[in-house]
Design a protein around this ligand. Sequence first.
Ligand code: NAD
Ligand code: RBV
Length: 636
Amino acid sequence: MQQTVEETGWSPRMLRYLEQANLVTAGRSPGGHRIYSPRQVERLRQLKLLLEEYGVGITDLAFERRMRTEPELARRIDEWFGAIHRVSEPPTAGIFRRLAADPNDSATLPYGTRSPSTEVQSEARTHACSDHESEHQMSSSSTGSPTVDSAGSVHDFKVADLSLAAFGRKEITLAEHEMPGLMALRAEYGKAQPFKGKKIVGSLHMTVQTAVLIETLTALGADVRWVSCNIFSTQDHAAAAVVVGPNGTPENPQGVSVFAWKGETLEEYWWCTDQALNWPDGSGPDSIVDDGGDATLLIHMGVEYEAAGAVPSAGEDDSEEYGVILSTLRASIAANPSRFTTMAQSIVGVTEETTTGVHRLYEFAKAGTLLFPAINVNDSVTKSKFDNKYGCRHSLIDGLNRATDVMIAGKVAVVCGYGDVGKGCVESLRGQGARVVVTEIDPICALQAAMDGLQVVTLDDALGYGDIFVTTTGNKDIISAEQMSRMKHQAIVGNIGHFDNEIDMAGLARVPGVEKVEVKPQVHEWRFPANAENPNGHSIIVLSEGRLLNLGNATGHPSFVMSASFSNQTIAQIEILTRTDQYGNDVYTLPKILDEKVARLHLDAVGAKLTTLTKQQAEYIGVDVHGPYKPEHYRY
Ligand code: NAD
Ligand code: RBV
């Protein structure tokens, strides 16, 4: 593999992508490593040179358009494909489905001209051919084109496999029972239809819980489009069920346009985000449900570069992902130079799910560049003090167990950050009998940790004895490659913070002689070369390639806690969509009385009986009998 990387100039990630798209076929060594024949290596080199000659990346959104408008490029690419592919099934992944198939096949026609039933049939065929899990995830993607025909049908989506819909629907039905807040909101607002005629785009993990949120938004009248906010977090059966909808079938999907599958590349991820923002009539959303702020970011950057008239090139120090965002915007601006400016003008607001996304919003507001009102859902007490803490308490060990099944009891776990998520993670690990130490930069949180009976250490102190390392900071550069090289043999390293910049994965890949071995998708052993201390070499195990492991290796938080988070989301959407004139371009939190309402909606389910204040008691402590029961500054 390393030799192929050097000889062809393709990165390991792109090689994997090309392989998943059926553009090259690597053999496998007995140990499971990819092996490329000299002919494949030559082919890969030729493709690289060809693309460089035309200045286009194979995953650029512009590539597909240029294939239709530049006959010489199309002819030469076709020649290349022909040499390899004419004998086999047409590749169906990502943008390649239209490039490589027979030009007379309707599959090669531009978007909006294919019949959805052809799509479904061809998906079923590829599904049956596939035997490797991640390849299956890519190659069996179901795509519908943005066409509108029979009322109620949805053809504008891209998910892994619509035949998973029945399984997804079963889990959604079970989840509804565990999400009393959302179901109560459906009962309360279903008749009034507060979202009637409103278009809501969501960029939030496409899970079973999110499916119940999406169907709550549609039950309240919204026209919804959805994309996941992470390349690994989609539950393919949930995505399929949402597209099919409660009343549709895989042959006639009648649900919501979803663009998400587990194991997207970065290019596919941003393509999906771009698609979700595009309604079939060319318009954009009225409001956004965001998690981490990627949809909001794309619109803000789009507006900025449309005003500038050009998109800059990524700098040498910029991340790979930043380059992909810029390419996405470049293609959008080339097709329509005022798309994001027009879109932003009709957006009445965004409701943001997580700490990191909220942080971005406050930065925009501070700089005076926030383009529309924002509601900070994360800092509702019934979100951050529940989801971030109790949610992670549940889903951290779920991710660790599904990924490695290593016994946690007796191990030393190092948790970086003792905020809301860190506190949940510590409890999760302690519950299993791990000996937990934490790192912190904030003296208050460090003191809290100490008072909770935890040793507060620096990461360097713990490198030599830690067995499990979990980053929870929402900050960057928490674990360096050099620090990973000093960890114990088979130490497990994972992140549960929103973005993948806590663990230096790019630096790890650059360590001389390091080898990455896939144990299974989202679990990798990184083998360091032998040195004086480790004459036989040693390795660490990295989960979800440094992305949030509870959603990459497991299924995220359970329904009950997400019911509270998503009740806040629904209430926040009602606020911005129905009381639009109450909000300026700033960041707001929901009033405490609504926070208390969300909590109240969940009490029956846990058998909690509230004590009612007497009028005299209420007066004595200075509150209303009906709440809110605490002043704004109370911290819980
Ligand atoms: P928080 O601000 O409450 O906690 C982060 C803590 O990290 C703080 O106490 C901070 O002092 C500490 N910290 C910052 N830099 C540090 C460093 N260099 N070393 C050690 N500690 C450091 O935030 P939170 O609500 O706990 O969220 C943390 C992250 O998790 C965010 O990215 C958030 O979006 C994400 N999140 C993920 C999930 C999930 O399901 N995976 C759930 C909720 C939140
Ligand atoms: N999160 N969603 C799930 N099961 O759908 N699990 C966790 C789920 C959210 C959580 O609210 C957190 O703030 C966010 O993921 C981080 O991206």
